[in-house]
Write a protein that binds this ligand. Structure first.
Ligand SMILES: Nc1nc2c(ncn2[C@@H]2O[C@H](COP(=O)(O)OP(=O)(O)O)[C@@H](O)[C@H]2O)c(=O)[nH]1
Ligand SMILES: [Mg+2]
Length: 397
């Protein structure tokens, strides 16, 4: 895979945020590296990509998706990545989890891909998370809360137990297996470029593709992400005092991290999780908080790559009604940041009101946040799950 070298990077304390890099060739040839090659680009050979992917867990969050689409997604994930599927699908009146499981089993029979699958609302999580010292995801009823963020954190806890060095997310509603394949290769390319054990790679979809009339329409920007990026960059400017547009991936559901970083950032509920990760890193790793919680990250630095794939993004188009709600959750992470001043707060309120996502006078709810995973004993957690989880299925490892 050949990628543009980033020409520009913003450095904030321990953070290095690279400008957007484009994929130039899906497959760039046998030899890796920059020397003697095309200036301004870096090539990573498929052998080097596969080496990294064989030390990677891929988490797939699922909620009521079409099993055929899920099957396509599985087929796109490179062979040596470990599959962890966390589903929050309805179990009544039809048990959709069972149907998904059948799809995954069939895929396993035909490919022998090791996988682990579990339901987000499995009652065993209650004891498992409590014993592990991470009860935060449990609601008042003692069951894990609904929400994409919650499902993702469960996936991360399992990945921490499994111990592979890299962890990536792939949505289960992607219609193009080739795009899925490219995303995972991009994660590996980012890790190849990075020099730090604390690295995050975020995907910037080039187009959100819609079918309009008789042809595709390639929309350049998503509504929510455009607005979140604008405010996220204003938040960065509160630290540097220079306005910037460096952040292009505030809502990147498709992203990957080193396990070392998974342990050292915070998470949040539902669809606020992706922007919150950036807010957390800005609060924790730009030097404004003393003493720092994780000194080692300051020693080694934390690198954030943002990479734009070649494949268009064609995913399940849901009805538009949830967009204002998503926008509110997304911006609430910035609004409630310690870095946000009154002027940014006022701008966010105005934006949400003008888009019908907030009524005048209404308060923006604080996002529900979850601490880093570093102190969690995932061995204890996993033992309990193995003993009593009704929905846990493991095959091939
Ligand atoms: N485990 C889990 N997955 C979820 C939940 N909500 C959504 N997902 C999955 O998360 C991914 C992204 O959700 P989607 O609704 O497509 O969001 P969008 O693509 O960001 O608009 C999809 O694969 C969903 O199936 C949830 O509550 N739990
Ligand atoms: Mg989607």
């Amino acid at each position: 895979m050949r990628i543009e070298m980033p020409k520009y990077m913003e450095r904030l304390g321990a953070l290095k945020i690279y400008e957007l890099q484009k994929v130039l060739e899906l497959s760039g040839g046998k030899s890796s590296g920059v020397k003697g090659d095309v200036p301004g680009t870096i090539n990573i050979s498929s052998v080097d990509l596969e080496e990294i992917i064989s030390d990677m867990t891929i988490i797939i969050p699922v909620k009521d998706e079409n099993p055929k689409v899920l099957e396509g997604v599985l087929s796109g994930i490179p062979h040596d990545a470990l599959l962890v599927i966390v589903s929050n699908s309805r179990r009544e009146p039809i048990d959709r989890y069972r149907i998904e499981l059948d799809t995954v089993f069939q895929f396993y029979r035909l490919t022998h891909r090791p996988f682990l699958m579990i339901h987000q609302r499995d009652l065993a999580w209650s004891d498992a998370l409590t014993e592990a010292g991470y009860p935060y995801l449990l609601g008042e009823d003692g069951i894990v809360r609904n929400g994409k963020g919650e499902g993702m954190v469960l996936g991360l806890l399992i990945s921490k137990y499994l111990g592979r060095k890299y962890v990536g997310f792939i949505d289960s509603d992607n219609y193009i297996p080739g795009a899925v394949n490219e995303y995972v290769n991009i994660y590996a390319a980012g890790f190849y470029m990075s020099k730090s054990p604390y690295t995050m790679v975020r995907i910037k979809w080039p187009y959100k593709t819609k079918f309009v009339g008789k042809r595709f329409y390639f929309r350049r920007r998503g509504r929510v992400s455009e607005i979140t990026n604008k405010f996220m960059n204003l938040l960065v400017a509160r630290i540097t005092k220079f306005e910037t547009d460096i952040i292009k991936t505030s809502n990147a559901g498709e992203h990957a991290m080193t396990l070392e970083l998974v342990d050292r950032i915070g998470y949040s509920s539902g669809f606020s999780i992706e922007p919150y990760q950036i807010v957390y890193m800005l609060e924790e790793y730009t030097g404004i908080k003393t003493p720092p919680q994780f000194r080692e990250v300051y020693e080694k630095g934390l690198e954030i790559y943002q990479i734009e794939p070649r494949n268009p993004h064609i995913h399940e188009e849901r009805d538009e009604s949830h967009i204002p709600e998503m926008m509110k959750h997304s911006l609430s992470t910035i609004y409630h940041s310690v870095l946000a001043d009154e002027s940014i707060k006022t701008l966010i309120e105005r934006e949400l009101i003008s888009r019908g996502a907030l009524k005048p006078g209404e308060k923006i709810p604080r996002p529900k946040t979850y601490p880093p995973l570093i102190k969690t004993s995932t061995n204890k957690m996993f033992k309990t799950l193995e003993e009593s989880a009704e929905t846990l299925i493991i095959r091939g490892f």
